[in-house]
Design a protein around this ligand. Structure first.
Ligand SMILES: Cc1cc2nc3c(=O)[nH]c(=O)nc-3n(C[C@H](O)[C@H](O)[C@H](O)COP(=O)(O)O)c2cc1C
Length: 172
């Protein structure tokens, strides 16, 4: 289902009280979505459950961001990220996501959980620009080097600012 629709310039804006929740298995297959998740995505619950989470991936998102996200959560840590998503009709919506691993009683990862809030508009403006430059860095190299190229750029931006990823994300 990925990339069948064209992205449009129509934005859906989250409200302060909105909380978008989804859960996945260990491979990123959607196992749960709350009402807000279903409403913002524009897909039915039936279409979402069992689909890869990239069903709402927006082409403006650099691949490096998702590599970073997966590296962190597979390392059993939580990850915060600004994400531009694409709804079924091609419209887009920005979220501030908190993604965490879920463990069983033996400490094995059994899936992942993401809770998303409305992002501050000035943070979206900064992250939108940063993601554009990461995307440009990806387009300048061969596909297999794209993630590293955009992550190198992200790390350079952070080191130039003398900050860590987490610190940067929370001081926007
Ligand atoms: C719990 C969880 C939530 C996720 N939420 C999103 C999301 O909202 N939007 C998105 O594009 N990718 C999300 N992802 C990442 C996707 O699994 C996937 O890595 C990403 O869409 C890039 O897909 P691709 O590499 O197939 O292009 C999430 C992953 C997990 C584990």
């Amino acid at each position: 289902m990925k990339n069948r629709k064209m992205p449009s310039s129509v934005e859906r804006v989250m409200e302060e009280e909105d909380l978008i929740i989804s859960k996945t298995d260990t491979r990123g297959i959607i196992t749960y979505g709350n009402r807000a998740f279903i409403a913002f995505s524009g897909y039915s619950e039936k279409e979402l459950l069992g689909s890869q989470h990239n069903i709402i991936r927006h082409p403006d998102m650099p691949r490096g961001v998702f590599k970073f996200l997966w590296d962190v959560i597979q390392d059993r840590r939580e990850c915060f990220a600004y994400v531009k998503n694409m709804a079924k009709d091609g419209s887009f919506y920005w979220v501030f996501a908190h993604v965490t691993p879920t463990f069983d009683s033996k400490g094995n990862i059994v899936g992942y959980f993401s809770a998303r809030r409305k992002p501050a508009s000035h943070a979206v403006a900064i992250m939108g620009e940063l993601y554009q430059s990461m995307l440009a860095a990806e387009s300048r190299v061969a596909a297999q080097d794209a993630c590293n190229a955009s992550l190198d750029l992200l790390m350079k931006v952070l080191s130039d600012k003398g900050t860590s990823y987490e610190e940067f994300i929370f001081t926007l």
